[in-house]
Design a protein around this ligand. Structure first.
Ligand SMILES: [Fe+2]
Length: 204
Protein backbone atom coordinates (compact mmCIF):
# COMPACT_ATOMS: atom_id res chain seq x y z
CA UNK A 1 0.00 0.00 0.00
CA UNK A 2 2.82 2.41 0.89
CA UNK A 3 4.59 1.61 -2.39
CA UNK A 4 1.37 2.53 -4.20
CA UNK A 5 1.18 5.83 -2.30
CA UNK A 6 4.77 6.60 -3.25
CA UNK A 7 4.31 5.68 -6.92
CA UNK A 8 1.16 7.82 -7.14
CA UNK A 9 2.81 10.76 -5.46
CA UNK A 10 0.72 10.62 -2.30
CA UNK A 11 3.74 10.07 -0.08
CA UNK A 12 6.51 12.50 -0.90
CA UNK A 13 9.90 12.98 0.65
CA UNK A 14 10.62 16.46 2.01
CA UNK A 15 14.09 15.97 0.54
CA UNK A 16 15.06 13.91 -2.49
CA UNK A 17 14.75 10.35 -1.17
CA UNK A 18 14.55 6.99 -2.85
CA UNK A 19 11.48 4.81 -2.45
CA UNK A 20 13.43 2.56 -0.08
CA UNK A 21 14.44 5.55 2.04
CA UNK A 22 10.84 6.80 2.14
CA UNK A 23 9.62 3.38 3.25
CA UNK A 24 12.29 3.17 5.95
CA UNK A 25 11.42 6.64 7.23
CA UNK A 26 7.73 5.79 7.39
CA UNK A 27 8.40 2.59 9.28
CA UNK A 28 10.66 4.46 11.70
CA UNK A 29 7.85 6.93 12.39
CA UNK A 30 5.33 4.15 12.96
CA UNK A 31 7.69 2.40 15.35
CA UNK A 32 7.84 5.52 17.47
CA UNK A 33 4.12 5.38 18.10
CA UNK A 34 3.22 4.45 21.66
CA UNK A 35 2.11 0.93 22.34
CA UNK A 36 -1.60 0.76 23.21
CA UNK A 37 -2.31 -0.33 26.78
CA UNK A 38 -2.94 -4.05 26.81
CA UNK A 39 -6.34 -5.51 27.58
CA UNK A 40 -7.32 -7.71 30.51
CA UNK A 41 -10.52 -9.54 31.39
CA UNK A 42 -13.59 -7.58 32.54
CA UNK A 43 -14.25 -9.90 35.47
CA UNK A 44 -17.64 -10.57 37.04
CA UNK A 45 -17.87 -7.49 39.27
CA UNK A 46 -18.37 -4.64 36.82
CA UNK A 47 -21.48 -2.54 37.44
CA UNK A 48 -22.76 0.02 34.99
CA UNK A 49 -23.85 3.43 36.16
CA UNK A 50 -21.14 4.30 38.69
CA UNK A 51 -21.29 7.93 39.85
CA UNK A 52 -18.58 10.45 38.93
CA UNK A 53 -16.76 10.31 42.24
CA UNK A 54 -13.13 11.37 42.75
CA UNK A 55 -12.96 10.38 46.42
CA UNK A 56 -13.74 6.72 47.00
CA UNK A 57 -12.13 6.49 50.43
CA UNK A 58 -14.49 7.31 53.28
CA UNK A 59 -13.21 8.38 56.72
CA UNK A 60 -12.41 5.31 58.79
CA UNK A 61 -12.15 2.95 55.81
CA UNK A 62 -9.69 0.12 56.34
CA UNK A 63 -6.78 -0.01 53.93
CA UNK A 64 -3.69 1.88 52.88
CA UNK A 65 -4.69 5.27 51.39
CA UNK A 66 -3.96 5.27 47.68
CA UNK A 67 -4.00 7.94 45.00
CA UNK A 68 -4.49 6.68 41.47
CA UNK A 69 -3.98 9.00 38.54
CA UNK A 70 -2.96 9.11 34.94
CA UNK A 71 -3.83 10.44 31.54
CA UNK A 72 -5.73 9.03 28.60
CA UNK A 73 -4.00 9.50 25.26
CA UNK A 74 -3.73 8.13 21.78
CA UNK A 75 -0.76 6.27 20.33
CA UNK A 76 0.84 9.60 19.40
CA UNK A 77 0.71 10.76 23.00
CA UNK A 78 -2.06 13.28 22.34
CA UNK A 79 -4.67 13.66 25.05
CA UNK A 80 -8.05 12.28 24.04
CA UNK A 81 -11.02 14.52 24.57
CA UNK A 82 -14.31 13.10 25.77
CA UNK A 83 -12.83 9.97 27.40
CA UNK A 84 -14.68 8.28 30.27
CA UNK A 85 -12.84 6.11 32.77
CA UNK A 86 -14.77 3.47 34.69
CA UNK A 87 -12.67 2.24 37.57
CA UNK A 88 -13.59 -0.31 40.25
CA UNK A 89 -11.80 -2.47 42.78
CA UNK A 90 -12.23 -4.61 45.87
CA UNK A 91 -12.08 -3.07 49.33
CA UNK A 92 -9.26 -3.71 51.81
CA UNK A 93 -10.78 -7.11 52.64
CA UNK A 94 -10.97 -8.22 49.00
CA UNK A 95 -14.73 -7.71 48.71
CA UNK A 96 -16.57 -5.92 45.91
CA UNK A 97 -19.66 -3.87 46.56
CA UNK A 98 -22.09 -5.71 44.30
CA UNK A 99 -25.17 -3.77 45.40
CA UNK A 100 -23.90 -0.20 45.56
CA UNK A 101 -20.98 1.81 44.22
CA UNK A 102 -18.33 1.71 46.92
CA UNK A 103 -14.90 1.84 45.25
CA UNK A 104 -16.50 2.40 41.90
CA UNK A 105 -16.44 5.52 39.77
CA UNK A 106 -16.89 6.70 36.23
CA UNK A 107 -14.94 9.88 35.66
CA UNK A 108 -14.11 12.19 32.82
CA UNK A 109 -10.45 13.28 32.73
CA UNK A 110 -9.97 17.03 33.33
CA UNK A 111 -8.97 19.62 30.73
CA UNK A 112 -5.38 18.36 30.91
CA UNK A 113 -6.54 14.82 30.17
CA UNK A 114 -5.82 13.68 33.71
CA UNK A 115 -7.98 11.46 35.88
CA UNK A 116 -7.32 11.15 39.61
CA UNK A 117 -8.97 9.14 42.35
CA UNK A 118 -8.41 9.03 46.10
CA UNK A 119 -9.05 5.50 47.36
CA UNK A 120 -7.47 2.63 49.31
CA UNK A 121 -5.17 -0.16 48.20
CA UNK A 122 -7.36 -3.05 47.01
CA UNK A 123 -7.35 -6.22 49.09
CA UNK A 124 -6.69 -9.75 47.90
CA UNK A 125 -9.36 -12.29 47.03
CA UNK A 126 -8.93 -15.95 46.32
CA UNK A 127 -10.04 -16.09 42.66
CA UNK A 128 -7.54 -13.44 41.56
CA UNK A 129 -5.04 -13.19 44.39
CA UNK A 130 -3.02 -10.27 43.02
CA UNK A 131 -4.20 -6.78 44.05
CA UNK A 132 -5.70 -5.01 41.07
CA UNK A 133 -7.88 -2.16 39.89
CA UNK A 134 -10.26 -2.76 37.01
CA UNK A 135 -10.66 -0.22 34.21
CA UNK A 136 -13.02 0.28 31.32
CA UNK A 137 -12.07 3.28 29.19
CA UNK A 138 -14.22 4.58 26.37
CA UNK A 139 -13.49 7.54 24.12
CA UNK A 140 -14.95 8.84 20.86
CA UNK A 141 -13.12 7.49 17.81
CA UNK A 142 -11.15 4.95 19.83
CA UNK A 143 -11.47 1.31 20.73
CA UNK A 144 -12.94 0.75 24.17
CA UNK A 145 -10.33 -0.77 26.44
CA UNK A 146 -10.91 -3.12 29.38
CA UNK A 147 -7.82 -3.58 31.48
CA UNK A 148 -6.43 -3.80 35.00
CA UNK A 149 -3.63 -2.17 36.97
CA UNK A 150 -1.46 -4.26 39.32
CA UNK A 151 1.00 -3.33 42.08
CA UNK A 152 4.70 -4.17 41.98
CA UNK A 153 4.72 -4.07 45.81
CA UNK A 154 2.07 -6.79 46.06
CA UNK A 155 3.30 -9.63 48.33
CA UNK A 156 1.87 -11.94 45.66
CA UNK A 157 4.97 -11.19 43.57
CA UNK A 158 7.25 -12.13 46.46
CA UNK A 159 9.35 -8.98 46.23
CA UNK A 160 10.55 -9.82 42.72
CA UNK A 161 7.92 -8.74 40.17
CA UNK A 162 10.48 -8.93 37.36
CA UNK A 163 10.78 -12.66 37.98
CA UNK A 164 7.30 -13.47 39.25
CA UNK A 165 4.94 -11.32 37.20
CA UNK A 166 3.67 -14.38 35.28
CA UNK A 167 2.81 -16.26 38.47
CA UNK A 168 -0.47 -18.16 38.04
CA UNK A 169 -1.05 -16.37 34.71
CA UNK A 170 -2.97 -13.54 36.33
CA UNK A 171 -1.13 -10.57 34.85
CA UNK A 172 -1.30 -10.62 31.06
CA UNK A 173 1.37 -8.01 30.42
CA UNK A 174 4.23 -6.83 32.63
CA UNK A 175 3.51 -3.21 31.67
CA UNK A 176 0.38 -3.40 33.83
CA UNK A 177 2.46 -4.04 36.94
CA UNK A 178 2.99 -0.55 38.32
CA UNK A 179 5.60 0.85 40.69
CA UNK A 180 4.21 2.32 43.89
CA UNK A 181 5.38 5.63 45.33
CA UNK A 182 5.04 6.22 49.03
CA UNK A 183 4.40 9.65 50.57
CA UNK A 184 4.65 10.90 54.10
CA UNK A 185 1.37 12.24 55.37
CA UNK A 186 1.39 16.02 55.83
CA UNK A 187 0.82 17.40 59.34
CA UNK A 188 0.76 14.03 61.04
CA UNK A 189 -1.67 12.45 58.59
CA UNK A 190 -1.17 8.82 57.63
CA UNK A 191 1.23 8.07 54.78
CA UNK A 192 -0.28 7.29 51.43
CA UNK A 193 0.72 5.36 48.33
CA UNK A 194 0.41 6.48 44.76
CA UNK A 195 0.36 4.84 41.36
CA UNK A 196 0.28 6.42 37.92
CA UNK A 197 -1.50 4.51 35.18
CA UNK A 198 -1.45 6.25 31.81
CA UNK A 199 -3.80 4.72 29.30
CA UNK A 200 -3.08 4.63 25.59
CA UNK A 201 -6.03 3.89 23.33
CA UNK A 202 -6.01 2.69 19.74
CA UNK A 203 -8.05 4.44 17.10
CA UNK A 204 -11.30 2.65 16.32
FE1 LIG B 1 -11.21 -8.09 40.35
Amino acid sequence: MLELCISRGMLLGAAALSEAQLLALWQQGEAQALKPTSAEVLGPFFRKGAPDNRVLRAPGDAGFPLNVSGKVCDTRGRLIEGAKVDLWHADHHGLYDTKGYRYRTKIAPDAKGLYAVDTVMPGHYSDRPAQHIHYLIAAPGHKTLITQAYFATDPFFEGDPEKNWKKRNIVGNKDLLLPVRLYEGANGAAPHAEITFDIILEKA
